[in-house]
Design a protein around this ligand. Structure first.
Ligand code: PEP
Ligand code: MN
Length: 297
């Protein structure tokens, strides 16, 4: 990595790649799932946990389609205080049932420091939402729970700020941090956010932490989600976080950007050629790497 980046991100030295640490692999479900490794990891599910039927139908479908984790919010940070705020503990219990019955791991958001112990009991990965990326007391409490953390980039946060928040989690004794690009606010308003794919490419170059792309919140429109998912893979992401709902038009939150089951299947099919390229690249990396070393040595 060139010195310019090292200097620019000097506030977060421990998240940067080093000779000692090229890639962090975050393991969940007793090492069954590895994020940041060879396997591309899809995390899929509804924006909010709504009903047993909605969650179980979605969980079963996305598992069959190749997802390894089920997403779903029981605590929802909403743009309007009058919108549905999540089912809380009841939602967490539904996630636990889905986990038991499908074998999917669970990623779900924690919004308050006080809720960390409860959410950590049910979640394999704690999600920190865009509105909380710089909520340092929440980050500290989440870090100390010992659960892996999916850290979503603040909608107005720079890459340096995202990395600083990741550094804070590391400083609190938790090395299992996954970065998530979910779109940022720019002057463009046609889409909900602007998908900063260059951030994905840069983060993969400079940081050893896994990077996940969220095409759903980046786009805000379901028609765009498959294309953004393909671009996310091409940019080098280690996985996807994507919203799926049995009946998106009836969803209690983020229905416009949620894929229905057929849409999810199409998206998964669409990323396949890009995943094949990714596999080839990784194989090449493995064979070229040692040869280059020999040539230098
Ligand atoms: C979500 O994942 O549903 C969510 C609220 O995401 P973000 O924090 O990126 O808006
Ligand atoms: Mn959402």
């Amino acid at each position: 990595m060139c010195d310019i980046w090292r200097e620019r991100f000097s506030d977060s030295p421990d998240v940067l790649k080093s000779a000692r640490l090229e890639q962090t692999i975050v393991s969940v479900l007793d090492l069954e799932i590895e994020i940041g490794g060879d396997e591309f990891i899809t995390m899929a599910g509804p924006c909010s946990v709504e009903t047993e039927f909605q969650l179980m139908a979605t969980a079963n479908h996305v598992r069959r389609g190749g997802a390894r984790l089920l997403r779903g919010g029981a605590f929802k940070p909403r743009s309007s205080p009058y919108s549905f705020q999540g089912l809380g503990l009841d939602g967490l219990k539904m996630l636990a049932r889905a986990r038991r019955e499908t074998g999917l791991a669970i990623v779900t958001e924690v919004m308050s420091e006080d809720d960390v112990p409860m959410v950590a009991e049910f979640a394999d990965i704690l999600q920190i939402g865009t509105r909380n990326m710089e909520n340092y007391s929440l980050l500290e409490a989440a870090a100390r729970s010992g659960r892996p953390i999916l850290l979503k980039r603040g909608m107005s946060a720079t890459i340096a700020e995202l990395l600083r928040s990741a550094q804070l989690i590391l400083d609190n004794g938790n090395r299992n941090v996954i970065l998530c690009e979910r779109g940022i606010r720019t002057f463009e308003t046609a889409m909900r956010n602007t998908f900063d794919v260059a951030a994905i490419a840069l983060l993969k170059q400079i940081s050893h932490l896994p990077v996940i792309a969220d095409p759903s919140h980046a786009a805000g429109h379901r028609e765009l989600v498959p294309a953004l998912a393909r671009i996310g893979v091409a940019a080098g992401a280690d996985g996807l976080l994507v919203e799926v709902h049995p009946n998106p038009d009836k969803a209690w939150s983020d229905g416009e950007q949620s894929l229905d089951f057929a849409g999810f299947d199409e998206m998964m099919e669409g990323i396949e050629p890009f995943l094949a390229l990714r596999r080839q690249e990784r194989l090449r990396g493995e064979t070229i790497g040692p040869r280059l070393m020999e040539a230098v040595g």
